[in-house]
Write a protein that binds this ligand. Structure first.
Ligand code: PMP
Length: 397
């Protein structure tokens, strides 16, 4: 039977850049010990107190259909949290609860884009972005954030792409996966001004907003003239180690949320009530729990800074947030992909090639800080030695 073009072309075809990841998985299956620095998931599990809240809610009968837009209590809790953090008046009518941030990204593009519309996103990017945009029938257009600008997006380039393609939306992500960069206030302000001038939606993926190591998180919804054109995507996945619970949200203008509730009715039909109750418990548990989840990454980032500062063959992109480090390995003369393959074959360490996240990250590799400190530090030391030996061979030193 013929399948739709939309579904068969969702991923865009060609190499998806996950070859190293699958090769590492195969080696592990075959009993080869591999240090995996590829996975964007905590090495801790959901806190038992959250699981107890989930269990309690289920035992109390919250196992039927939940309200499609989200329970009043979770929508109110998210609204209050967003308002406290941004100063922007926010009520439950500005909130749609979604099965994770990913469903939020999909829904947000549904709200912003019609069939065939151009939707901008920043490269390097989280792997699902172009497919998510294609999934709503829109056309993904990558705008590079360049290493020479510290991977901060450039508003002039965004503006040129918006004009050239007549784009209707721009998707951004700070703190950023894969670069670990947090956008500067000036970056947000200049992006916001392009969105206002071009009449574009800004879709702001803020799923790493509790993992900021330097500076502070800024939500562009708080900038002048942005509340009516910004759709913020949030999630419990990263902040509370609840990746498997599939609980996230979109915060946006009431009218957009009202239409998005219709989309939810015709797609997901909401998020389980006991999961939402657990999310309310977790969000009300306060900053201590969030800091407990973020602490291992904060610690490992410091370890990495120390280890990487002793050499210059693998250069650390200033790491300001999220659970990843981006290393510039161009001094070795290899592409990110070739470096990652060699590192896996010779040293049994798996990292993600920068090229997996777009062209702008060529010659880089992404290191996830998601393994125990000692193993992490040891692997980083070996990556540095390997990069140094390649760089030395290249220069004949
Ligand atoms: N955005 C980014 C940048 C991510 O890295 C991820 C998950 N890795 C997501 C969104 C989706 O997260 P979830 O659906 O688990 O909330």
């Amino acid at each position: 039977m013929r399948l739709s073009h939309r579904i068969t072309h969702l991923t865009g075809g060609g190499s998806d850049g996950w070859g190293v990841f699958y090769r590492a998985r195969k080696m592990i299956e075959n009993g080869v010990p591999v240090t995996e620095l590829t996975i964007g998931e905590h090495d801790i599990r959901t806190h038992p107190s959250i699981l107890e809240a989930m269990h309690r809610a289920a035992m109390e009968g919250h196992t039927g259909y939940a309200m499609v837009p989200g329970t009043d209590s979770l929508r109110d809790t998210v609204a209050a949290r967003v308002q406290a953090r941004t100063g922007v008046p926010t009520s439950r009518d500005n909130v749609l609860v979604t099965p994770g941030g990913q469903a939020g990204l999909f829904a947000a593009h549904h709200a912003a884009c019609d069939e065939g519309d151009a939707a901008l996103f920043i490269d390097p990017y989280y792997a699902t972005y172009p497919g998510t945009i294609r999934g709503v029938g829109a056309r993904p257009v990558a705008v590079p954030a360049r290493p020479e600008n510290g991977f901060q997006p450039d508003a002039a380039e965004i503006d040129r792409a918006a004009a050239a393609h007549g784009a209707v939306s721009l998707l951004i992500n700070s703190p950023n996966n894969p670069t670990g960069v947090v956008y500067a206030r000036e970056t947000f302000e200049s992006i916001a001004s392009v969105c206002r001038a071009r009449g574009m939606w800004l879709i702001s993926d803020e799923v790493y907003d509790t993992q900021v190591w330097e500076g502070s998180h800024l939500s562009p919804r708080a900038l002048p003239g942005m509340v009516e054109r910004t759709l913020v995507v949030g999630s419990m996945s990263k902040s509370h180690a609840m990746t498997g619970s599939r609980c996230g949200w979109i915060v946006g203008p009431e009218e957009a949320i009202a239409h998005l509730v219709n989309l939810a009715t015709h797609t997901t039909y909401g998020v389980p009530g006991y999961i939402q109750d657990a999310a309310v418990f977790a969000l009300n548990a306060g900053g201590r729990l969030e800091e407990e989840v973020a602490a291992p990454f904060r610690r490992r980032r410091r370890l990495a800074q120390e280890i990487l500062s002793r050499q210059n063959a693998a250069r650390l992109i200033p790491s300001q947030g999220a659970m990843y480090l981006m290393l510039d390995i161009r001094a070795t003369g290899l592409s990110g992909e070739a470096f990652a393959i060699e590192l896996l074959e010779r040293h049994r360490i798996a990292v993600m090639p920068g090229e997996s996240f777009g062209r702008a990250a060529a010659g880089h590799v992404r290191v996830a800080m998601t393994i125990a400190d000692e193993v992490f530090a040891e692997a980083l030391g070996r990556i540095c030695e390997f990069a140094a030996s390649l760089a030395a061979a290249r220069t004949g030193a």
